[in-house]
Design a protein around this ligand. Structure first.
Ligand code: URA
Ligand code: URA
Length: 197
């Protein structure tokens, strides 16, 4: 396995010093991502840091992040620290508004560089924002999720965003977002098993 550490550290430094869009004015920390860098099988791409992530500099550590951990660990028997976790954009939009098209496009070179360096077998996009950032599609997450797509030769699985699951917690049954997400994480686990066994 080629050691990507130097290129990785340079990229990380570039992100931490980035002033390409206005979000640099209000951020406390950039959130680069965390997880295994060498021999990385799967990457999860979320939307953007929220308040807890902006303060800690770590991805998915707030309420949605705790649910993501449960989806992976309880739903899929996948330990969270075996997956590289990052976001479409690296700085928090004030008040957690959706990132603008300009902010997404200013930041896209970083996600792209991360994915090219990590070169995972699988990318999982959580919700509409990362899915649309990586797939050239007008379709929404509800029709894209649970099916395998492709980004530059890497298999890509869209899933619902954990924040969406928190907003639809009351829904039950075999069409509920929670049930469908539990199906999706099992499909993810099946593919990860094939890579690691
Ligand atoms: N939601 C995201 O999409 N990313 C995070 O890092 C936290 C919450
Ligand atoms: N809308 C989103 O942006 N994400 C989801 O996961 C569901 C609806």
């Amino acid at each position: 396995m080629m050691d990507i550490r130097t290129a990785w550290e340079e990229l990380k430094h570039k992100v931490s010093a980035c002033r390409k869009c206005g979000l640099c004015e209000s951020r406390h920390n950039t959130v680069f991502g965390e997880g295994p860098v060498n021999d990385c099988h799967a990457v999860i791409v979320g939307e953007a840091p929220g308040e807890d992530e902006d303060i800690s500099g770590r991805p998915f550590v707030g309420r949605a992040g705790q649910l993501l951990t449960d989806i992976l660990e309880k739903g899929g028997k996948i330990s969270r620290d075996t997956i590289y976790i990052t976001n479409t954009i690296k700085c928090r939009p004030p008040g957690n508004r959706n990132p603008s098209a300009d902010e997404i496009s200013a930041c896209s070179e970083y996600l792209e560089a991360q994915l090219l360096l990590l070169h995972p077998d699988i990318v999982v996009t959580m919700g509409n924002i990362p899915t649309k950032a990586l797939l050239d599609t007008k379709e929404g997450i509800t029709s894209l999720r649970g099916k395998w797509h492709e980004w530059r030769g890497i298999r890509l699985l869209p899933m619902f965003h954990p924040s969406y699951l928190l907003r639809t917690e009351g829904l039950r049954g075999d069409k509920s977002p929670k049930y469908l997400t539990w199906q999706d994480v099992l499909a993810l686990k099946t593919e990860i098993n094939k890579l690691t066994h």
